[in-house]
Ligand binder design. Structure first.
Ligand SMILES: [Ca+2]
Ligand SMILES: [Ca+2]
Ligand SMILES: [Ca+2]
Ligand SMILES: [Ca+2]
Length: 369
């Protein structure tokens, strides 16, 4: 009796396997630099996407030639470069980027000179320690606002109102580690998610007050925290990584007797330092996948699991749970981590999304074949 059951199990598992098409990536090592952020945009306006990471940009589509942006100050193992958000800040047609960092607590942008000279640095705001920064359309007018995550400091966003002109919008008097954006209560306005709960957007963003709902406690959460309706019940759910400890999970939003609560479901409790996440349609089937990995040496190896093997993964949602797929995994410097800020784009224009990922374990492109 044992033999037929084994055969049945085998055929079942092969059946399940054949339904999910596994993606095929090949790895190209771009640089051994240890900046933790990489952006993708067309620096020199030749129509090819380039990589921008730390002190250098790398010319696409080969990414072999590099040019100096300017020296980035180093603090221990870190560089003061915790995001790469492309934005033509001075509106001269050349794409610039927004960055900043923990040690100086300055939100800055770097001006693309377009002539091979070093990029000039401009201050947006003195914010206090910046864990990393993301951009979302907070006010829904079609343009992105800049939102730094500044743990134990006030939460504010910065709206570009003209060439090199930003207006500050205070949101909340403090925040923890982790930040997300999306419509939690379904009123059509995007809310901000912090470690301590979700901040409900007021109807008037100039005069209204954001209201904190302490419906969950996320710990040292990822940036971003994803807001999306996973189980298609009309209520947006949250996807959360642990930036420094172990864990990756989703919180199912439920409403019972008029009261909102969140139910935790594990995605991958076995790996640590899921510091950043992207929610993108990697396989082109119209539904987003969760792309994330370990931030190698997030706290210089001192975090829980800090010396574990390193990896980059995509998790496919099947309607009720996630399946883990490995893009890279192995001992440090064989497996590739996710850094603080990675980027996904179709770099070679073959219709398939590629992944550029920085980190203390180098700058790498994973080409989707
Ligand atoms: Ca510009
Ligand atoms: Ca906007
Ligand atoms: Ca839901
Ligand atoms: Ca998909």
């Amino acid at each position: 009796m044992k033999y037929p059951i084994t055969l049945l199990l085998l055929s079942l598992s092969f059946g399940a396997f054949s339904q999910s098409k596994n993606l095929n990536f090949s790895r190209q090592n771009i640089a051994s630099e240890s900046y933790e952020s990489v952006g993708i945009f067309d620096v020199d306006g030749d129509g090819n996407l380039d990589l921008v990471s730390g002190s250098f940009w790398y010319k696409g589509p080969a990414f072999i030639e590099r040019q100096l942006i300017g020296q980035v100050k180093r603090y221990g193992e870190y560089y003061e470069d915790f995001s790469t958000i492309s934005m033509d800040v001075n509106e001269d047609g050349k794409m610039d980027f927004v960055t900043g960092g923990w040690f100086e607590g300055r939100l800055i942008w770097k001006e693309n000179p377009g002539d091979g000279s070093e990029w000039k640095e401009h201050l947006i705001a003195e914010t206090g320690n910046i864990e990393t920064t993301r951009a979302w359309d907070i006010d829904g007018d079609g343009t992105l606002e800049i939102v730094p995550n500044t743990p134990r400091k006030p939460l504010a966003y910065y709206k570009k109102i003209g060439p090199d002109q930003f207006e500050k919008y205070p949101v909340h008097d403090t925040q923890g580690h982790g930040l997300g954006f999306g419509d939690v209560n379904g009123d059509g306005r995007g809310d901000l998610i912090i470690s301590e709960g979700w901040l409900e957007a007021p109807s008037n963003l100039k005069t209204g007050k954001w209201t904190l709902h302490e419906d969950f406690e996320l710990g040292d959460a990822s940036i971003p925290i994803i807001v999306t309706d996973l189980n298609q019940d009309g209520l947006n759910d949250l996807i959360v990584g642990q930036g420094h400890g172990y864990g990756l999970f989703w919180l199912e939003q439920k409403i019972a007797e008029g009261k909102r609560h969140f139910v935790k479901h594990e995605i991958d409790p076995f790996q640590s330092q899921y510091h950043t996440i992207e929610w993108v349609d990697l396989d082109g089937d119209g539904q987003s996948e969760l792309v994330t990995g370990k931030r190698y040496r997030a706290h210089n190896g001192k975090d829980p699991g800090g010396l574990d093997e390193v990896g980059l993964y995509y998790f496919k949602w099947n309607g009720e749970s996630f399946t883990k797929n490995i893009i890279s995994f192995g001992p440090a410097l064989e497996g590739k981590g996710s850094g603080l800020y990675f980027s996904v784009a179709d770099l070679d224009q073959n219709g398939k999304l590629d992944i550029a990922v920085a980190g203390k374990d180098g700058l790498v492109v994973f080409w989707q074949r």
